[in-house]
Design a protein around this ligand. Structure first.
Ligand code: GLN
Length: 304
């Protein structure tokens, strides 16, 4: 699509003028320092082209977008066994909610809420030291993106570690139900570091290409499994905002509180957007609006 560059530039200009940019996450002190003025968008198409607008080479904290990649590693390594420890239903609750865990006996609703992602990290930590697993996650991302310059921001990880009582509480609660293999501090420490990975929008769009399902792109996982990841992104990728995202955008997406969203247009493109201001569900306010406009301009939708 030759006018994709023009579409992105137009969206970039519209977002620069947007009146409501949402609110930057402030419960992780290092993230609270980020300005809400940033904006970037990148699109990698199935035929190998990349289009960008805005600060597409500025690294940002991918936070919960990392959950897509740890899920991919977990499905590659454990297969369907993973589903004995975490469900596949949307939660309809905030990303850090505790309530369901109590009456569902420590089994989180899905791998994209915090409790579910902590279980996924715990599962792939088996037989590894945290450092080794984090190395594997970075290797996966670097291979998927075809870029080596992807790292963990230690200050962000430390900041989350210092304030991560809620995630530790989730981990302890799951441990009490026998759904954690490692000490809560060890699993959460690994999870905090995975969330503190920094990537640019361009790198994130490149890393998401394996979910497009097109030939000639990096193949990190069997096609049946990538389809499943897309299904979970569609139903659970935006927490209690997943229905709204599906309605407005019509494509699978996974957000993070750093303001990034990875979106997949199956068979067509991988899209990454970054704008740090969040809506009330903790999803990027302008990021959502930007991909909504992109989907409208291109006609991309999984709903026909
Ligand atoms: N690291 C963040 C947390 O655990 C990730 C949450 C998110 O991006 N929604 O709170």
């Amino acid at each position: 699509m030759s006018d994709l560059g023009a579409i992105l530039d137009r969206i970039g200009a519209e977002m620069a003028a947007a009146p409501d940019r949402g609110r930057v996450a402030d419960y992780i002190p290092e993230l609270a320092r980020i300005s809400d003025c940033h904006f970037a968008m990148a699109v990698c198409t199935a035929d190998g082209q990349t289009f960008t607008t805005g600060e597409a080479d500025t690294p940002f904290s991918i936070q919960s977008v990392s959950k897509v990649f740890t899920l991919a590693i977990a499905l590659g390594r454990l297969g369907d066994q993973l589903w004995t420890r975490v469900g596949r239903e949307p939660s309809g609750l905030a990303f850090n909610s505790m309530v369901q865990l109590e009456y569902e006996r420590g089994i989180p609703r899905n791998p994209f809420i915090n409790a579910g992602a902590i279980v996924v990290t715990d599962a792939i930590l088996a037989g590894h030291k945290p450092r080794e697993l984090l190395g594997e996650i970075l290797r996966f991302l670097r291979e998927a993106a075809g870029e080596d310059d992807i790292h963990i921001n230690k200050a962000v990880a430390a900041s989350e570690q210092a304030t991560g009582h809620r995630n530790l509480a989730l981990a302890h609660f799951m441990a009490a139900h026998g759904n954690l293999l490692h000490a809560p501090e060890l699993t959460c420490g690994t999870y905090f570091h995975q969330c503190a990975i920094e990537m640019s929008a361009r790198q994130l769009a490149l890393a998401g290409r394996f979910l497009i399902g097109a030939p000639d792109l990096p193949r990190m996982l069997a096609p049946g499994r990538t389809r499943r990841i897309n299904a979970l992104m569609m139903t659970c990728g935006h927490y209690d905002g997943s229905g709204e995202f599906a309605y407005r955008v019509g494509l699978p997406g996974k957000s993070g509180v750093g303001g990034g969203i990875l979106v997949v247009a199956p068979g067509r493109a991988s899209i990454a957007v970054w704008s740090p201001g969040l809506n009330t569900q903790g999803n990027s306010q302008l990021g959502t609006l930007a991909v909504e406009r992109l989907a409208r301009a291109t006609g991309w939708s999984v709903f026909g």
